[in-house]
Design a protein around this ligand. Sequence first.
Ligand SMILES: C[S@@+](CC[C@H](N)C(=O)[O-])C[C@H]1O[C@@H](n2cnc3c(N)ncnc32)[C@H](O)[C@@H]1O
Length: 364
Amino acid sequence: MRQNRPVPFKISSIDSLGQGVSKISERITFIPKTLSGEEGEAEIQAEKKGVAFARLKNLTKSSPERITPVCIHFDRCPSCHYLHTSYEQELILKKENFEKLFRNLPLPEIKVIPAPRRTGYRNRIQLHYDTKKRTLGMLDARSSEIIQVPNCLIGEDEVLKKLKELYSNELWLNVASKNPESVHVEIYHKDGATHLNWNREYASGGFTQVFQEMNEKLRIEIADWYGTEPKKVLDLFAGDGNISNNLPNSGRLCVDIYTEPKESEFLSQSLYDEKALSRVLNVLKKKNLTPDILILDPPRSGLIDLNKWLEEITPARVAYVSCDPHTLVRDLQRVSGYHLTGALLLDFFPSTFHFESLIFLERK
Ligand SMILES: C[S@@+](CC[C@H](N)C(=O)[O-])C[C@H]1O[C@@H](n2cnc3c(N)ncnc32)[C@H](O)[C@@H]1O
């Protein structure tokens, strides 16, 4: 099919990436920023393995759930996915997609923890730039276009202040790294200061959860589940120990990749290294620590051999925090010997299809 040609669509469902799914003439087409029941015309942007990806061109039938987006960039910007509908509807769609992914696992009723607001929450945002084209903004991976977003609403006040400053009189062109001429910059508000990181890794100033009020809600849910009795804890992908810091413990080991030396409760170890499990077991043995509780909070890639970790460590209970429900399901499907006792959807990333999941497991 020729690209940019308008094609008719009719949306039958919304997928886990927040895209409308249209199946006109047997051909599956994914169209962001549409809603179930909507019809109209879309413009094909790309095709892959017999499916097409398209951009909304016009609507001939719109959903009663459609609202006017609060952000003027929403129609073109690839970063937010749900501002064309109410927050209640966004949460319903997220919950439905979470349930669908878990269809082969015995999932208890999902507890949804909504966000206190839909915009103005991110303590860091990543922008792409191209000094030759004089563009700074969000990268549309499908068209490779950089969409300029001077009025973006997603960041905390301090982040948005810095964003406006960069756009003002194209100031960013004076401060952008010219070598290379195009990649990305992160605006990161941490410990009361706003930093600009040119072409460094995501959260290179040290990881913190992006939405601080939601982080507090996560910590409260885990503390309620954990109880008041001190226990022995292994916290994997622990960062600065955010999740386990406030839990009463009778011994703790936090594991992550640390660039600076830390106290003995913190072990610097890549958890994707094939020897990671045996190294952690050795350290636990030396510390005479047999964890009752395992907490893990990996990046999107998850922990594919979680089953091996559980077989060796045999914690009585597990809290798995995940920012990608696809890898979470993949990892849990390989686990045996544990019941799934709780499932929560914490909306750390309102307006987008992303969210955090929290799963509790108990040894049988
Ligand atoms: C989603 S964050 C969670 C951090 C922490 N639990 C928190 O709440 O702030 C994922 C963490 O995984 C760590 N990480 C990434 N790759 C890793 C690896 N190969 N081995 C160990 N930790 C890794 C990152 O440094 C980051 O701290």
